[in-house]
Design a binder for this molecule. Structure first.
Ligand SMILES: *[C@@H]1O[C@H](CO)[C@@H](O)[C@H](O)[C@H]1NC(C)=O
Ligand SMILES: *[C@@H]1O[C@H](CO)[C@@H](O)[C@H](O)[C@H]1NC(C)=O
Ligand SMILES: *[C@@H]1O[C@H](CO)[C@@H](O)[C@H](O)[C@H]1NC(C)=O
Length: 356
């Protein structure tokens, strides 16, 4: 049977036009804010990633201001180049990185020496047994952030002991400790193995909504693995973070916590602002899954509870033991004991799926 569309009926055409307007409105409800805020420079439609620049290019233009009267940095950093060359062929030495970043101070902190920064961002990296990835990240991230004329500090949140890894809980710890240091404008949650590939991908927050930055990772062929993906690198203001009671503390092992975070954002009445795919390029340092970070088999069960318990599981239920805070040359190393997987009581067998 042929389906004939009544395209000649004016009412139908009106309906078509109307549904397109609705579609565009839905699309831009979340999209427009990300285009207007958080990206001061409207991103180009297409970047040419076959033409890349060294991340240290022209960084030496930012030298000490001589006459003592500093003014604000220009809103658009004058040395941004777009696509950055990222390769993992030769592991840089720590001494080498220190030498190439003369203005980075103890604890991995930096303020532009030539102007007053507009933004203060804390970079928070959950960590254990990933020293080589960390080295690559520091080599690329320090000059990357300086290119953007930010005031920043890199925090490593190091999970002590051999217990199961808990990324989201480490991030909660990082936020709590970082906010004791400084009144940060923006908290950047950063996986240790992801290197940004475009310096127009600004490490600042979107004041409206939590921003997902690693929208195009090489391991997913530079696209989103699924539409609600929130893993990798994201940026939240302290206000946004507290509004959703931070992240869950109850996801031990690999997976699930980022989906929980995505749900919390909606439950707290916010939406996700997504860095455009052509800008959110990241390269991942290849590795096998670590010991002590096996896939979390409970993750799907846990996700069913999120709607019910997000207000009780998060920043307001965070408990941990601070073991040490060391100011290394290139980062602040915060070592914590966050405990280990609790033995959960068996879940009731007939639980209904209550997604959002
Ligand atoms: C570096 O700065 C110089 C001088 O301002 C400029 O001519 C050159 O284009 C810059 N290089 C890049 C890659 O932007
Ligand atoms: C962790 O594991 C290593 C190697 O298996 C062992 O030497 C070390 O004592 C363990 N540490 C703790 C705190 O259990
Ligand atoms: C961080 O500090 C802890 C405790 O001193 C130490 O065991 C660990 O190796 C440090 N990690 C890094 C990457 O500096």
């Amino acid at each position: 049977m042929m389906l004939s569309l009544p395209v000649d009926k004016p009412l139908f055409l009106l309906f078509l036009a109307f549904s397109q307007v609705v579609f565009i409105l839905i699309l831009y409800r979340h999209g427009a804010s990300s285009l207007l805020q958080g990206f001061l420079i409207s991103p180009q439609d297409s970047w040419d990633y076959s033409k890349t620049h060294n991340v240290y290019t022209n960084l030496s233009a930012f030298t000490l201001h001589s006459d003592g009267k500093m003014t604000h940095c220009p809103l658009k950093s004058p040395i941004l180049v777009g696509p950055i060359t990222v390769v993992f062929t030769k592991l840089p030495s720590e001494r080498g990185i220190v030498k190439k970043n003369p203005y980075v101070q103890s604890g991995g902190q930096y303020k532009p020496p030539h102007c007053l920064a507009h933004y203060k961002s804390a970079i928070i990296i959950p960590h254990r047994n990933r020293e080589l990835h960390l080295r690559y990240l520091l080599y690329y991230l320090h000059p990357f952030l300086q290119r953007q004329q930010l005031q920043y500090r890199i925090y490593l949140i190091h999970q002590a002991g051999n217990g199961t890894f808990n990324r989201a809980k480490l991030l909660n710890v990082g936020v709590k400790e970082a906010l004791k240091n400084e009144d940060w404008d923006c908290l950047i949650m950063h996986d240790v193995d992801l290197i940004p590939e475009n310096d127009y991908n600004l490490y600042i927050c979107d004041n409206r909504y939590p921003k997902h930055m690693s929208s195009a990772m090489d391991k997913f062929e530079y696209s989103l693995p699924y539409w609600s993906y929130f893993g990798g690198v994201s940026a939240l203001t302290p206000g946004q973070y507290l509004r959703m009671n931070g992240f869950p503390n109850t996801y031990w092992g690999w997976g699930g916590e980022d989906d929980d975070i995505f749900m919390r954002i909606q439950l707290a009445g916010m939406a996700v602002s997504r860095t455009p795919l052509n800008l959110g390029h990241y390269k991942m340092v290849v590795h096998n899954r670590d010991k002590g970070n096996q896939a979390n088999k409970k993750r799907f069960t846990l996700l069913k509870r999120t709607k019910r318990i997000w207000k009780q599981d998060g920043m307001n239920s965070l408990d941990f033991q601070l073991i040490s805070i060391e100011e290394a040359k290139l980062y602040t190393n915060i070592t914590v004991d966050i405990g280990d997987t609790p033995i959960l009581p068996p879940e009731k067998s007939k639980e209904t799926w209550t997604f959002l």
